[in-house]
Design a protein around this ligand. Structure first.
Ligand code: FAD
Length: 505
């Protein structure tokens, strides 16, 4: 191929056809004026995709809205179910359980948050389990689901928040159909070389195993953990966070559905990691995430298979990973999305979300007139912030625990954590106060409060709560509990909701 200078962007080449690649292709092809850019996607059937990544968080609905996706159509096509939160079993201590629900916790009284009243009432022995004060959480416990009603802002249903559990393979197929219909050209083939221009180091073209060459002006690296472009070709290094997140392997296995269709993901802590359970319409996804320093692969497989609630539908599939991120996600004319850019274990279902924010950030800083170092620096700054923010939230689940029953738990409970997290934990422990550090933070106060209390941080309540007469505090919390219970009881069952609106064929 002939060398080009740094021309305006005309051709976008996406490398990889997993969730990241097809999410990017489906959204870019929808948002760009038809024909403005030639978009191609290269993927290898021989290599395939990672095939996991089936739980999401509510922000995915923003992606669906921008991509023009009808949610019921997607739920049908991907055998999806709805997700109100995540249940964490055995995390604080063996036998414990709490739910991190997506919606609000009760309501505020004056400027004081509901959890402050709960802490005071609990200290006086007058409060139920925290789950009873959040509609998302109680509805999840009761296997209920309905859509929120934003048109009725005074109703507790207005604050319900939800995401999806989706079959990863079907999702990629669904997005591919939309992207191809919008003009994206799919090229099947295995990339064997990535050629860079000597002048500026930008990627010039890819070479496929059969000798074909695929050029482009902007390359989006969605090649998964191989990190073909950003890592291998551009040489951007990796920041390893395994000293804070010692889990480095996973085994995934689907099983037959059994029991009620739960509208939440379950994460059950084990001796050296945790097991996920993701209910879909046609099967249940399961996996064990574990630290290889503390658990052998054979033992891990045995633990996983023993913990299934239906018959296994395949042999467990191994995945190895290093938690962390690339130093930069944008280098030259390469932008990495998905596993090519980094990976944090799926405890809070954040990876698909980080793909989405990566695409939106690329759109916000799109190099339409060529590559501007200031745009690239800003992209990388935001990427770095996001990963550190999510990392701290995930580490908190391990650090804040009463468990010390195995070497794994003893290690994570006693390990030093990043200052950014330690400061948050200290502030919360003193008076259950939490402050966001900026709009870019992914998890809001409600999420941190549920997780920190659920994990057993046991903070003092805000002393300002004592200014509210005790009888008023008690009545307020009682009212919250009653309203949450009444509304949850009136919601349809999760399975019934799906059967009525979006049962897969
Ligand atoms: P992949 O799916 O690996 O796709 C890579 C693509 O690149 C493939 O199409 C492959 O064929 C192609 N490719 C690679 N090399 C070449 C080559 N040489 N030539 C041509 N093509 C090539 N995320 C969540 O949000 N929720 C979850 O619940 C969740 N659970 C997870 C559980 C585990 C155990 C793991 C490891 C991850 C999980 N994730 C989860 C993360 C999620 O799976 C990924 O973010 C998501 O699937 C995106 O993957 P990807 O598209 O980056 O990579």
């Amino acid at each position: 191929m002939t060398e080009r200078a740094n021309p305006p962007i005309q051709e976008i080449t996406i490398v990889g056809g997993g969730t990241a690649g097809w999410m990017a292709a489906a959204l870019l092809s929808r948002l760009f004026v038809e024909g403005a850019y030639r978009i191609r996607l290269v993927e290898s059937d021989e290599i395939g995709t990672i095939g996991v990544g089936e739980a999401t968080i509510p922000a995915i609905r923003t992606y669906c809205g921008l991509a023009g996706i009808d949610e019921f159509e997607m739920v049908r096509a991907t055998q999806a179910t709805f997700k109100l939160g995540i249940e964490f079993r055995n995390w604080r201590a063996p036998g414990s359980s709490y739910i991190h629900g997506f919606g609000k916790i009760g309501q505020d009284l004056y400027w004081l948050r509901c959890h402050q009243f709960w802490l005071k009432e609990r200290a006086a022995g007058r409060a139920k389990h925290f789950d009873h004060y959040s509609l998302n959480t109680l509805a999840a416990r009761m296997n209920r689901f309905c859509l929120p009603d934003p048109g009725n802002p005074t109703s507790p249903i207005a604050d319900l928040d939800y995401a999806y559990h989706l079959d990863a393979t079907l999702l990629a197929r669904f997005l591919r159909g939309r992207a191809e219909a919008a003009g994206v050209e799919r090229i099947e083939g295995r990339i064997v070389a990535v050629n860079r221009r000597p002048a500026d180091g930008h990627v010039d073209h890819l070479v496929l195993a059969d000798g074909r060459q695929v050029g482009g002006d902007l390359f989006i690296d969605c090649s998964g953990m191989r990190s073909l472009l950003i890592g291998q070709a551009m040489g951007v290094g990796f920041e390893d966070w395994s000293h804070w997140l010692p889990c480095d392997r996973a085994l995934a296995v689907p099983c037959e559905s059994a029991g009620e269709l739960t509208p939440y993901t379950r994460s059950t802590a084990g001796t050296a990691g945790w097991q996920w359970r993701i209910p879909l319409q046609h099967r249940t996804g399961n996996g064990l995430v574990y630290a290889s320093a503390h658990l052998g692969d054979e033992d891990a497989a045995r633990v996983l298979l023993t913990g299934l609630d239906g018959r296994a539908l395949a042999d467990p599939r191994p995945v190895r990973f290093t938690p962390g991120k690339r130093h930069r996600a944008w280098e030259g004319n390469v932008v990495a999305l998905g596993l090519a850019g980094g990976f944090l274990e799926p405890l809070e279902s954040t990876s698909i979300h980080l793909i989405q924010t990566g695409i939106l950030r690329l759109l916000a800083l799109f190099p339409g007139r060529g590559f501007n170092p200031a745009d690239i620096a800003e992209y990388n700054r935001q990427f770095d912030f996001e990963y550190r923010d999510v990392r701290d939230f995930i580490i908190a689940h391990y650090k804040v625990t009463d468990r010390e029953d195995t070497p794994f738990w003893a290690y994570v409970r006693n390990m030093p954590v990043p200052d950014s997290l330690q400061e948050r934990l200290d502030l919360f422990r003193a008076s259950a106060r939490f402050f966001m550090h900026g709009k870019a933070e992914l998890f809001r106060e409600e999420s941190w409060v549920q997780v920190l209390i659920g994990q057993g941080l046991d903070p003092h309540y805000d002393p300002v709560v004592d200014m509210v007469p005790e009888a008023q505090s008690t009545a307020f919390l009682g009212d919250v509990e009653e309203v949450v219970a009444d509304v949850a009881r009136a919601m349809p069952g999760h399975a019934a909701f799906i059967a009525r609106h979006c049962r897969a064929p």
